[in-house]
Design a protein around this ligand. Structure first.
Ligand code: ATP
Length: 356
Protein backbone atom coordinates (compact mmCIF):
# COMPACT_ATOMS: atom_id res chain seq x y z
CA UNK A 1 0.00 0.00 0.00
CA UNK A 2 1.43 3.39 -0.90
CA UNK A 3 1.95 5.76 2.01
CA UNK A 4 1.20 8.74 -0.19
CA UNK A 5 -0.50 8.89 -3.55
CA UNK A 6 -0.55 12.12 -5.55
CA UNK A 7 -2.88 12.06 -8.54
CA UNK A 8 -2.90 14.78 -11.20
CA UNK A 9 -1.87 17.23 -8.50
CA UNK A 10 -1.68 20.83 -9.69
CA UNK A 11 -1.05 24.11 -7.92
CA UNK A 12 -1.41 27.48 -9.58
CA UNK A 13 -0.77 30.46 -7.30
CA UNK A 14 -3.12 33.37 -7.97
CA UNK A 15 -1.75 35.68 -10.64
CA UNK A 16 0.97 33.18 -11.70
CA UNK A 17 1.49 32.66 -15.44
CA UNK A 18 2.13 28.92 -15.05
CA UNK A 19 1.45 26.28 -12.38
CA UNK A 20 4.06 25.86 -9.63
CA UNK A 21 3.20 22.13 -9.69
CA UNK A 22 1.82 20.75 -12.93
CA UNK A 23 -0.27 17.56 -13.11
CA UNK A 24 1.95 15.57 -10.78
CA UNK A 25 1.45 11.82 -10.41
CA UNK A 26 3.62 10.23 -7.75
CA UNK A 27 3.38 7.22 -5.45
CA UNK A 28 5.48 7.05 -2.30
CA UNK A 29 5.67 3.55 -0.86
CA UNK A 30 5.41 2.70 2.81
CA UNK A 31 8.83 2.99 4.49
CA UNK A 32 10.40 4.76 1.51
CA UNK A 33 12.88 7.64 1.90
CA UNK A 34 11.98 9.78 -1.09
CA UNK A 35 13.80 12.94 -2.07
CA UNK A 36 12.08 15.62 -4.13
CA UNK A 37 15.06 17.04 -5.99
CA UNK A 38 15.32 19.99 -8.32
CA UNK A 39 16.56 23.55 -8.74
CA UNK A 40 15.19 26.47 -6.77
CA UNK A 41 11.59 27.32 -7.71
CA UNK A 42 10.70 23.97 -9.31
CA UNK A 43 7.82 23.39 -6.88
CA UNK A 44 9.31 21.08 -4.21
CA UNK A 45 8.17 23.02 -1.13
CA UNK A 46 4.74 23.59 -2.65
CA UNK A 47 4.31 19.79 -2.97
CA UNK A 48 5.32 19.27 0.67
CA UNK A 49 2.97 22.00 1.88
CA UNK A 50 0.06 20.54 -0.11
CA UNK A 51 0.70 17.06 1.39
CA UNK A 52 0.78 18.63 4.86
CA UNK A 53 -2.50 20.41 4.14
CA UNK A 54 -1.16 23.95 4.67
CA UNK A 55 -1.34 24.90 0.97
CA UNK A 56 -4.67 24.52 -0.87
CA UNK A 57 -4.46 22.41 -4.05
CA UNK A 58 -5.78 23.73 -7.38
CA UNK A 59 -6.57 20.36 -9.01
CA UNK A 60 -6.14 16.66 -8.42
CA UNK A 61 -6.04 14.51 -5.33
CA UNK A 62 -3.83 13.53 -2.37
CA UNK A 63 -4.26 10.23 -0.53
CA UNK A 64 -2.40 9.21 2.62
CA UNK A 65 -2.61 5.45 2.97
CA UNK A 66 -6.11 4.55 1.78
CA UNK A 67 -7.59 7.85 2.93
CA UNK A 68 -8.16 10.67 0.44
CA UNK A 69 -7.17 13.80 2.37
CA UNK A 70 -7.55 16.39 -0.37
CA UNK A 71 -9.57 16.21 -3.57
CA UNK A 72 -11.04 18.96 -5.72
CA UNK A 73 -13.32 16.46 -7.51
CA UNK A 74 -14.68 14.92 -4.30
CA UNK A 75 -14.72 18.27 -2.50
CA UNK A 76 -12.87 16.70 0.42
CA UNK A 77 -10.31 18.33 2.69
CA UNK A 78 -8.83 16.81 5.87
CA UNK A 79 -7.14 19.55 7.97
CA UNK A 80 -3.37 19.32 8.71
CA UNK A 81 -3.77 18.23 12.35
CA UNK A 82 -5.86 15.22 11.30
CA UNK A 83 -3.41 13.94 8.65
CA UNK A 84 -0.92 12.37 11.09
CA UNK A 85 2.00 13.96 9.32
CA UNK A 86 5.19 15.44 10.80
CA UNK A 87 6.61 18.49 9.06
CA UNK A 88 10.13 19.70 9.85
CA UNK A 89 11.08 23.06 8.37
CA UNK A 90 14.44 24.51 7.39
CA UNK A 91 14.19 26.77 10.45
CA UNK A 92 13.21 23.88 12.86
CA UNK A 93 10.45 26.12 14.33
CA UNK A 94 11.03 24.99 17.93
CA UNK A 95 9.12 26.81 20.65
CA UNK A 96 11.75 29.05 22.25
CA UNK A 97 10.00 29.34 25.63
CA UNK A 98 9.80 25.55 26.07
CA UNK A 99 12.60 23.21 27.14
CA UNK A 100 13.67 20.34 24.89
CA UNK A 101 11.52 17.89 26.86
CA UNK A 102 8.52 20.28 26.73
CA UNK A 103 8.94 20.79 23.00
CA UNK A 104 8.84 17.03 22.53
CA UNK A 105 5.94 16.26 24.88
CA UNK A 106 3.75 19.14 23.64
CA UNK A 107 2.37 17.22 20.63
CA UNK A 108 1.70 14.17 22.81
CA UNK A 109 -0.22 16.27 25.32
CA UNK A 110 -2.31 17.77 22.50
CA UNK A 111 -3.17 14.19 21.52
CA UNK A 112 -4.31 13.67 25.15
CA UNK A 113 -2.18 10.54 25.65
CA UNK A 114 -1.89 9.13 29.21
CA UNK A 115 0.93 10.72 31.26
CA UNK A 116 3.00 7.53 31.55
CA UNK A 117 2.88 6.98 27.79
CA UNK A 118 3.94 10.59 27.16
CA UNK A 119 6.90 10.06 29.47
CA UNK A 120 7.89 6.72 27.93
CA UNK A 121 7.58 7.94 24.33
CA UNK A 122 9.49 11.18 24.84
CA UNK A 123 12.24 9.38 26.79
CA UNK A 124 12.53 6.74 24.06
CA UNK A 125 12.79 9.27 21.24
CA UNK A 126 15.29 11.44 23.19
CA UNK A 127 17.46 8.37 23.82
CA UNK A 128 17.31 7.27 20.18
CA UNK A 129 18.33 10.75 18.99
CA UNK A 130 20.97 11.21 21.73
CA UNK A 131 19.38 14.38 23.13
CA UNK A 132 18.39 13.10 26.60
CA UNK A 133 21.27 15.03 28.27
CA UNK A 134 19.78 18.31 26.98
CA UNK A 135 16.19 17.61 28.09
CA UNK A 136 16.06 20.67 30.40
CA UNK A 137 17.80 23.12 28.07
CA UNK A 138 16.01 25.71 25.93
CA UNK A 139 16.46 25.86 22.11
CA UNK A 140 18.67 28.97 22.35
CA UNK A 141 21.11 26.95 24.49
CA UNK A 142 21.59 24.30 21.78
CA UNK A 143 23.82 24.08 18.69
CA UNK A 144 22.27 23.91 15.20
CA UNK A 145 22.73 20.14 15.04
CA UNK A 146 21.16 19.64 18.48
CA UNK A 147 18.18 21.84 17.53
CA UNK A 148 17.81 19.78 14.39
CA UNK A 149 17.66 16.57 16.44
CA UNK A 150 15.03 18.09 18.77
CA UNK A 151 12.91 19.15 15.77
CA UNK A 152 13.07 15.58 14.42
CA UNK A 153 12.42 14.06 17.86
CA UNK A 154 9.36 16.26 18.35
CA UNK A 155 7.88 14.94 15.10
CA UNK A 156 8.92 11.30 15.57
CA UNK A 157 7.41 11.20 19.09
CA UNK A 158 3.89 11.50 17.68
CA UNK A 159 4.59 8.50 15.44
CA UNK A 160 3.55 10.12 12.15
CA UNK A 161 2.58 8.07 9.09
CA UNK A 162 4.85 10.29 7.03
CA UNK A 163 7.66 12.67 7.95
CA UNK A 164 8.06 15.67 5.64
CA UNK A 165 11.45 17.41 5.75
CA UNK A 166 11.98 20.73 3.95
CA UNK A 167 15.73 21.15 3.38
CA UNK A 168 16.37 20.46 7.09
CA UNK A 169 20.15 20.39 6.71
CA UNK A 170 20.63 23.63 4.81
CA UNK A 171 21.26 25.76 7.92
CA UNK A 172 24.10 23.53 9.13
CA UNK A 173 27.78 23.89 8.31
CA UNK A 174 29.38 21.35 5.94
CA UNK A 175 30.79 19.02 8.64
CA UNK A 176 27.58 18.97 10.65
CA UNK A 177 25.55 18.44 7.49
CA UNK A 178 27.55 15.28 6.78
CA UNK A 179 27.01 14.07 10.34
CA UNK A 180 23.27 14.79 10.20
CA UNK A 181 22.97 12.95 6.87
CA UNK A 182 24.26 9.82 8.57
CA UNK A 183 21.93 10.55 11.48
CA UNK A 184 18.92 10.86 9.16
CA UNK A 185 19.77 7.52 7.53
CA UNK A 186 19.99 5.93 10.97
CA UNK A 187 16.66 7.52 12.03
CA UNK A 188 15.04 6.14 8.90
CA UNK A 189 16.40 2.65 9.59
CA UNK A 190 15.48 2.78 13.30
CA UNK A 191 11.95 4.16 12.99
CA UNK A 192 11.06 2.83 9.50
CA UNK A 193 8.98 5.99 8.95
CA UNK A 194 8.12 7.01 5.41
CA UNK A 195 10.10 10.19 4.73
CA UNK A 196 9.70 12.78 2.00
CA UNK A 197 12.67 15.06 1.89
CA UNK A 198 13.11 18.23 -0.18
CA UNK A 199 16.55 19.13 -1.48
CA UNK A 200 18.24 20.99 -4.30
CA UNK A 201 21.52 19.23 -3.50
CA UNK A 202 22.10 16.19 -5.68
CA UNK A 203 24.69 14.67 -3.32
CA UNK A 204 22.33 14.95 -0.40
CA UNK A 205 19.68 13.16 -2.46
CA UNK A 206 22.10 10.49 -3.74
CA UNK A 207 23.47 9.69 -0.29
CA UNK A 208 20.19 9.74 1.64
CA UNK A 209 17.25 8.71 -0.47
CA UNK A 210 16.02 5.27 -1.45
CA UNK A 211 14.07 6.96 -4.27
CA UNK A 212 14.62 10.28 -6.00
CA UNK A 213 11.92 12.27 -7.83
CA UNK A 214 13.53 14.92 -10.04
CA UNK A 215 11.44 18.05 -10.72
CA UNK A 216 11.85 20.91 -13.16
CA UNK A 217 9.52 23.90 -13.54
CA UNK A 218 6.63 22.16 -11.82
CA UNK A 219 6.95 18.98 -13.89
CA UNK A 220 8.09 15.59 -12.63
CA UNK A 221 11.00 14.49 -14.81
CA UNK A 222 11.95 11.05 -13.47
CA UNK A 223 11.43 8.81 -10.44
CA UNK A 224 13.94 6.08 -9.62
CA UNK A 225 16.67 4.81 -7.34
CA UNK A 226 19.70 7.09 -7.02
CA UNK A 227 21.59 4.72 -9.33
CA UNK A 228 18.85 4.77 -12.01
CA UNK A 229 18.63 8.56 -11.92
CA UNK A 230 22.40 8.89 -12.29
CA UNK A 231 23.15 6.06 -14.73
CA UNK A 232 19.94 5.94 -16.77
CA UNK A 233 18.57 9.49 -17.00
CA UNK A 234 15.42 9.74 -19.13
CA UNK A 235 16.21 13.16 -20.52
CA UNK A 236 18.83 15.88 -20.92
CA UNK A 237 17.61 17.83 -17.89
CA UNK A 238 18.09 14.90 -15.49
CA UNK A 239 21.41 13.89 -17.09
CA UNK A 240 22.71 17.43 -16.81
CA UNK A 241 21.36 18.15 -13.31
CA UNK A 242 22.95 15.05 -11.79
CA UNK A 243 26.73 14.74 -11.52
CA UNK A 244 29.66 16.96 -10.64
CA UNK A 245 31.70 17.63 -12.70
CA UNK A 246 28.82 17.81 -15.14
CA UNK A 247 28.00 15.39 -17.94
CA UNK A 248 30.05 16.05 -21.09
CA UNK A 249 27.68 17.05 -23.89
CA UNK A 250 28.87 16.65 -27.45
CA UNK A 251 26.97 18.55 -30.13
CA UNK A 252 26.64 16.14 -33.05
CA UNK A 253 25.66 18.82 -35.56
CA UNK A 254 29.14 20.26 -35.94
CA UNK A 255 30.53 19.13 -39.30
CA UNK A 256 34.07 20.17 -38.28
CA UNK A 257 34.06 18.13 -35.02
CA UNK A 258 36.16 14.96 -35.29
CA UNK A 259 34.45 13.57 -32.20
CA UNK A 260 30.95 14.21 -33.59
CA UNK A 261 31.93 12.51 -36.87
CA UNK A 262 33.45 9.56 -34.95
CA UNK A 263 30.21 9.00 -32.97
CA UNK A 264 27.94 9.48 -36.03
CA UNK A 265 29.88 6.86 -38.00
CA UNK A 266 30.17 4.41 -35.14
CA UNK A 267 26.46 4.34 -34.27
CA UNK A 268 24.77 5.27 -37.62
CA UNK A 269 22.66 7.68 -35.62
CA UNK A 270 19.13 8.59 -36.67
CA UNK A 271 18.59 12.17 -37.80
CA UNK A 272 16.68 13.30 -34.70
CA UNK A 273 19.66 12.67 -32.40
CA UNK A 274 21.48 15.95 -31.94
CA UNK A 275 23.82 15.43 -28.99
CA UNK A 276 25.61 12.79 -26.99
CA UNK A 277 26.43 12.80 -23.29
CA UNK A 278 29.09 10.94 -21.34
CA UNK A 279 29.98 11.22 -17.66
CA UNK A 280 33.51 12.49 -16.96
CA UNK A 281 34.44 9.33 -15.03
CA UNK A 282 33.22 7.08 -17.87
CA UNK A 283 35.86 8.20 -20.38
CA UNK A 284 38.88 5.90 -20.72
CA UNK A 285 42.31 7.44 -21.37
CA UNK A 286 45.20 5.42 -22.81
CA UNK A 287 48.75 6.09 -23.88
CA UNK A 288 48.37 3.76 -26.87
CA UNK A 289 46.08 4.27 -29.82
CA UNK A 290 43.24 1.80 -30.54
CA UNK A 291 40.71 1.62 -33.41
CA UNK A 292 37.90 3.16 -31.29
CA UNK A 293 40.00 5.88 -29.63
CA UNK A 294 40.40 9.55 -30.47
CA UNK A 295 43.61 11.50 -29.94
CA UNK A 296 43.11 14.39 -27.54
CA UNK A 297 45.39 16.88 -25.87
CA UNK A 298 45.44 17.52 -22.12
CA UNK A 299 44.83 21.22 -21.61
CA UNK A 300 44.26 21.50 -17.83
CA UNK A 301 44.70 19.30 -14.75
CA UNK A 302 42.70 20.41 -11.70
CA UNK A 303 43.29 18.67 -8.35
CA UNK A 304 40.13 18.60 -6.19
CA UNK A 305 41.42 16.86 -3.07
CA UNK A 306 40.85 13.14 -3.48
CA UNK A 307 40.34 13.33 -7.25
CA UNK A 308 41.43 15.18 -10.39
CA UNK A 309 39.54 16.81 -13.23
CA UNK A 310 41.39 16.77 -16.53
CA UNK A 311 40.34 18.93 -19.46
CA UNK A 312 40.86 17.42 -22.91
CA UNK A 313 40.63 19.04 -26.30
CA UNK A 314 40.86 18.01 -29.93
CA UNK A 315 40.02 21.37 -31.39
CA UNK A 316 36.26 21.34 -30.76
CA UNK A 317 34.53 21.81 -27.40
CA UNK A 318 36.58 20.55 -24.42
CA UNK A 319 35.74 17.34 -22.56
CA UNK A 320 36.23 16.69 -18.87
CA UNK A 321 37.64 13.48 -17.48
CA UNK A 322 37.60 12.78 -13.74
CA UNK A 323 39.68 10.23 -11.87
CA UNK A 324 40.59 9.28 -8.32
CA UNK A 325 43.99 8.00 -9.45
CA UNK A 326 46.93 10.37 -9.50
CA UNK A 327 47.22 11.39 -13.17
CA UNK A 328 50.28 10.10 -14.98
CA UNK A 329 50.05 12.90 -17.57
CA UNK A 330 51.20 16.48 -17.96
CA UNK A 331 49.49 19.44 -19.57
CA UNK A 332 50.18 19.26 -23.32
CA UNK A 333 50.38 15.42 -23.46
CA UNK A 334 48.54 13.59 -26.21
CA UNK A 335 46.25 10.79 -24.95
CA UNK A 336 43.88 8.38 -26.66
CA UNK A 337 40.34 8.64 -25.41
CA UNK A 338 37.74 5.87 -25.60
CA UNK A 339 33.97 6.32 -25.30
CA UNK A 340 32.45 3.04 -24.05
CA UNK A 341 29.14 2.19 -25.77
CA UNK A 342 27.25 1.56 -22.54
CA UNK A 343 28.24 4.96 -21.10
CA UNK A 344 26.82 7.00 -23.97
CA UNK A 345 23.50 8.82 -23.66
CA UNK A 346 22.06 10.18 -26.91
CA UNK A 347 19.57 13.04 -26.85
CA UNK A 348 17.05 14.10 -29.49
CA UNK A 349 15.89 17.67 -30.12
CA UNK A 350 13.18 17.32 -27.42
CA UNK A 351 15.83 16.29 -24.89
CA UNK A 352 14.61 12.67 -24.61
CA UNK A 353 17.42 10.25 -23.92
CA UNK A 354 18.11 7.19 -26.12
CA UNK A 355 20.70 4.43 -25.74
CA UNK A 356 21.91 2.29 -28.66
P1 ATP B 1 13.30 26.50 -3.28
O1 ATP B 1 14.25 25.34 -3.44
O2 ATP B 1 13.91 27.81 -3.67
O3 ATP B 1 12.62 26.52 -1.95
P2 ATP B 1 11.04 25.14 -4.51
O4 ATP B 1 11.45 24.16 -5.55
O5 ATP B 1 10.70 24.62 -3.17
O6 ATP B 1 12.15 26.29 -4.39
P3 ATP B 1 8.49 26.47 -4.41
O7 ATP B 1 8.82 27.24 -3.17
O8 ATP B 1 7.52 25.36 -4.30
O9 ATP B 1 9.82 25.93 -5.13
O10 ATP B 1 7.97 27.51 -5.50
C1 ATP B 1 7.53 27.10 -6.79
C2 ATP B 1 7.08 28.34 -7.56
O11 ATP B 1 5.94 28.90 -6.95
C3 ATP B 1 8.12 29.45 -7.62
O12 ATP B 1 8.06 30.05 -8.88
C4 ATP B 1 7.66 30.41 -6.55
O13 ATP B 1 8.04 31.74 -6.85
C5 ATP B 1 6.15 30.24 -6.58
N1 ATP B 1 5.54 30.46 -5.26
C6 ATP B 1 5.85 29.80 -4.11
N2 ATP B 1 5.06 30.23 -3.08
C7 ATP B 1 4.24 31.19 -3.59
C8 ATP B 1 3.18 31.98 -3.06
N3 ATP B 1 2.82 31.88 -1.78
N4 ATP B 1 2.58 32.83 -3.91
C9 ATP B 1 2.91 32.93 -5.20
N5 ATP B 1 3.89 32.19 -5.79
C10 ATP B 1 4.54 31.32 -5.00
Amino acid sequence: MPAIHLRNLTKTYSGAASPAVNNLNLEVKDGEFLCLLGPSGCGKTTILRMIAGIEPISQGEIAIGERVVDSMEQGCFIPPEKRNIGLVFQSYALWPHMSVAENITFGLKVKKLPADEIKARSQDVMNKLSIAPYAKRYPAQLSGGQQQRVALARMLAVNPDVLLLDEPLSNLDAALRLEMRAELRRIHETFGTTIIFVSHDQWEAMTLATTIAVMSEGHLQQVGTPHEIYALPVNRFVADFMGSPKLNQINLNQPESVLAKHLQQRFHLPKQIDSCGIRPEALILNKQCSYDALAMKITTIIPTGGSWIIELSNGAEPLHYSTQLHPQWQIGDLVFCQFPDDALHFFDADGTCHRF
